[in-house]
Design a protein around this ligand. Structure first.
Ligand code: HEM
Length: 468
């Protein structure tokens, strides 16, 4: 059948997104995924929009997103200021590259991480060290017996463990470095959005108002992360890293292969991607989890009862306990649903002229996947989607993950850090609930507000934390 013309939709939508971003209203305006959901209700799973002179498509609903995830010709990443200006003018790293270059680099990273940072004993040592540091950090904060704010509870420790994932268990960031990197990563998150960054959608703005349109801050924070990584790697090169690690393997390949795609600039792009992918997503999921356990003490108590039964009070939970802690895992999955269901996916690019859902999609069209439609929309087949309820992942006392719950994506562009993220989220949430009680501040309950950034976050809130 002859494909229909480009998907229909309003031309003005990205303009509104950019206006939100420019006027820094995003924190009060709720999340753009909701607006795109309303468009999908009117136009269907593919909504055609115009961004400057380019046409783009918003993709909505599980079926359409799954198709986008798995079709090779929809596997590219956009070529634009968002993907080039972060790494000195050309696309580098994993997240924003495509074609054979991307395939070669991702394969290398997957193989090396399997042999180093993702190996069970190395992963456990790294994350358990991080969980103990997070618990000590919270203990220090509650010493004064006043309310604790949700941000800065785990961010620096997360960055520390992401660095160890790349550089090996012997290499650590010092406190000053971790704290500075944390500040920069938060800036990076707030300086941009994956769907509606003004300078990326309207590149001429970088000449007219480079600061106001977000271009300068975006370039500046990315450059700082790259300089930081470069300094750390120079240090590693001088001292020689004693253990197998991703960075050591990359440097060795670079030296042995000589002139190839394995370059220092590309390694910097990879560090930037792993810091960004590893920090932002996990940190925001944890903030959603903390918000919901504070406002739902019953879920908190149920998870704590399970932890007491299975783990006892004498030691911290481990990954070996995970199969016996289905309810704690259900809390993790429900927090992931709340986080990912409010975020846009990393944009895609059509690698050639193709058809999608019956429509003609020309080469280089940018596609924005909205994961709200996969498990947050009332029509997605999940009941009461806006309500936090870990029970939806439980059946007869066991964990039951419904088909179509794909917070880490599927296909060739599936999340590189999935193993690490799952272990991290489980051990941090289990460790915190095992050690502390989290309660609302009397008379000042947390106010739920989604902040748009690179991904969705919860506005920082205060809570009372006490040792169990
Ligand atoms: C809550 C935690 C996380 C979630 C929900 C998440 C989700 C995702 C999703 C859905 C994608 C696929 C995007 C697409 O198909 O276009 C992705 C890609 C990616 N993630 Fe994650 N992620 C998480 C944590 C991490 C961590 C911890 C790391 C690194 C240590 C990481 C690194 C990456 C990278 C490098 C990519 C790009 C892969 C590619 O383009 O092929 N992520 N992530």
């Amino acid at each position: 059948r002859k494909p229909k013309n480009f998907p229909p939709g309003p031309a003005w939508f990205p303009l509104i997104g950019c206006a939100w971003q420019l006027h820094r209203l995003r924190r009060r305006m709720g999340h753009l995924t909701k607006a795109s959901q309303e468009l999908a209700a009117k136009y269907g799973p593919l909504v055609g929009v115009r961004i400057g002179r380019e046409r783009a498509v918003f993709v909505y609903g599980l079926q359409a997103i799954e198709e986008m995830y798995t079709r090779d010709e929809l596997n590219g990443r956009p070529i634009g200021l968002l993907s080039t200006s972060r790494t000195g003018g050309t696309r580098k790293g994993i997240i924003f590259t495509d074609s054979e270059f991307f395939q070669e680099q991702k394969k290398f990273l997957q193989r090396e991480l399997k042999q180093s940072g993702f190996r069970k004993e190395i992963l456990m040592e790294n994350i358990q060290r991080e969980v103990r540091a997070i618990i000590d950090n919270v203990k220090r904060k509650i010493k004064d017996n006043c309310a604790v704010t949700s941000d800065r509870l785990f961010g620096e420790q997360l960055l520390q463990s992401v660095w160890v994932l790349m550089a090996g268990n012997e290499s650590h960031l010092d406190d000053l470095g971790a704290s500075e990197l944390h500040r920069v990563m938060v800036d990076l998150s707030h300086s941009t959005s994956l769907s509606c960054t003004a300078f990326s959608n309207f590149p001429f703005l970088k000449y007219i108002c480079p600061d106001y349109c977000g271009y300068n801050p975006y370039v500046r924070v990315n450059r700082t992360v790259i300089e930081f990584s470069s300094k750390m790697i120079q240090g590693l090169r001088k001292t020689g890293s004693p253990n197998a690690s991703l960075i050591r393997a990359y440097l060795e390949t670079m030296d042995s292969v000589g002139k190839s795609n394995f370059t220092m600039d590309q390694l910097m792009g990879i560090c930037l991607d792993i810091f960004t992918g590893g920090f932002e997503t996990t940190n925001n999921t944890l903030c959603f989890a903390m918000y919901y356990v504070v406002v739902h003490p019953d879920f908190q108590t149920k998870a704590q009862d399970e932890l007491d039964r299975v783990v006892g009070r004498e030691r911290l939970p481990t990954l070996e306990d995970k199969p016996q802690l289905p309810y704690v895992e259900a809390v993790v999955l429900e927090s992931l649903r709340m986080f990912t269901g409010r975020s846009f996916l990393i944009p895609r690019r059509a690698m050639k002229d193709t058809t999608f859902n019956g429509y003609f999609i020309p080469k280089d069209t940018v596609l924005f996947g909205n994961s709200r439609g996969t498990f947050m929309d009332p029509n997605s087949g999940w009941p009461n989607t806006s309500v936090f309820n870990p029970e939806r992942f439980m059946k007869d006392g066991s964990l039951n993950v419904p088909d179509g719950f794909i917070p880490f994506g599927i296909g060739k562009r599936r999340c590189l850090g999935e193993v690490f993220a799952k272990a991290n989220l489980f051990l941090i949430i289990a460790g915190l609930l095992h050690t502390f009680n989290f309660r609302p501040v009397p008379g000042d309950p947390p106010h739920f507000e989604v902040m748009e950034g690179l991904t969705a976050g919860v506005k920082p809130f205060k809570m009372i934390v006490s040792l169990r």
